[in-house]
Design a protein around this ligand. Structure first.
Ligand code: ZN
Ligand code: ZN
Length: 354
């Protein structure tokens, strides 16, 4: 059984752990369906789901778990977690139950104390193994291949939404299960919106174009942002791009085990501030990425957590100038034993297209 789970059970002094976070359920058991839970004690692990998934569970769920199928979810899970009266204290992930759901369980398990997990649920998945890293690389490669094709075809007059669709089709054709999130395609002054959804706007010659996108492959998400100029770039566009690119490169270069997430954030942010755009870099530098597109660790100023080999994080500094536009550059980076490896293959040197 997963050693972190056993540590959680010990640290919280509980008799069992009910796992309801979907990504954690998939991570631990391999089950890809939309409904499943795990009940773990120091002796056993049981995978729980409803009757729709009998075949799928038998094919997917790791042999470390026995499978149980229920009809009435709350009632039967309450019975299972009471473990024939042996459970006095039960651990759960507070981020993965609704208030309503928790109240319903408590009502059905009088006498059991529900103990919230202190760590964030995603802490379990913070370090990726070889297999996960290979899958993440493949996800990034599928996305990159689709992006290059789309970029090679963009011309002034194209509509943002059409670019998002072409990107999505390209990724799916390339083997993706889906998209990590709805692609962000923001051109001209809209590129000043860090999360500008693709709109009906037509791209004009000489405009900035930011594309933030990712594919899902075998459940794992990629995440990358490119900013290009469609047509001829002007001096200011090149200048702002160079500042963001330098901030990005400095932060990436500093990635190695032992450095804190806060230090990585500070390196790029200090550079942008020094150039006079500190207040225009309005978000944190990055985040972990894996089964979910936003995972731990958070690459933010207040985070003192140290990077460790196996973590996969993004570095995505940006400068956003309302009324003018914005530049963001994002890569996915693996922390290795001796330093780092960039997993997203798209070249981030300045480019104008179309
Ligand atoms: Zn992104
Ligand atoms: Zn990101």
């Amino acid at each position: 059984m997963n050693s972190l789970i056993q540590k959680y059970i010990k640290d919280h002094k509980v008799d069992g752990f009910l796992i309801t976070d979907k990504a954690n359920v998939r991570y631990l058991t391999g089950f890809t369906g939309s409904n499943g839970q795990i009940f773990i004690t120091d002796k056993k692990g049981e995978f729980l789901t409803d009757g729709r998934y009998i075949t799928q569970a038998s094919e997917e769920v790791s042999k470390d778990f026995s499978c149980r199928f229920y009809r009435k979810m709350y009632k039967e899970i309450a019975e299972i977690v009471s473990n024939k009266g042996k459970t006095k204290r039960l651990l759960f992930e507070p981020g993965a139950l609704t208030v309503k759901g928790l109240n319903q369980y408590k009502e059905l398990t009088k006498g059991i104390t529900w103990v919230p997990l202190k760590e964030e649920g995603a802490a379990l998945r913070i370090k990726k193994n070889r297999n996960e890293i290979n899958i993440l690389k493949k996800a990034a490669k599928i996305a990159h291949t689709a992006l290059e094709k789309v970029l090679s075809e963009i011309k002034p007059g194209d509509v943002e939404k059409d670019i998002a669709l072409a990107l999505e089709i390209g990724m799916r054709k390339g083997g993706a299960d889906g998209v990590s999130f709805e692609p962000i395609v923001a051109s001209g002054t809209r590129s000043a919106l860090p999360h500008g959804r693709a709109s009906d706007k037509k791209i004009k010659s000489g405009e900035l174009l930011t594309i933030d996108y990712g594919s899902v492959y075998k459940g794992y998400c990629s995440d990358e942002t490119v900013t290009v100029v469609v047509g001829k770039a002007d001096k200011k566009q090149k200048q702002i791009y160079a500042i963001v690119k330098d901030a990005h490169d400095m932060a990436v270069d500093a990635i190695k085990p032992g450095v804190t997430c806060g230090q990585i954030d500070k390196i790029g942010r200090d550079h942008i501030s020094k150039k006079g755009y500190g207040k225009n870099f309005t978000h944190s530098t990055g985040h972990g990425v894996g089964l979910e597109v936003h995972e731990l660790p958070t690459i933010a100023s207040e985070n003192k957590q140290k990077l460790e080999p196996g973590m996969v994080i993004t570095v995505e500094p940006g400068i956003y100038l309302p009324g003018w536009g914005g530049v963001r550059i994002e890569d996915m980076i693996l922390v290795t034993d001796s330093g780092h490896e960039v997993l997203t293959p798209t070249d981030k040197a300045f480019r104008s297209i179309g």
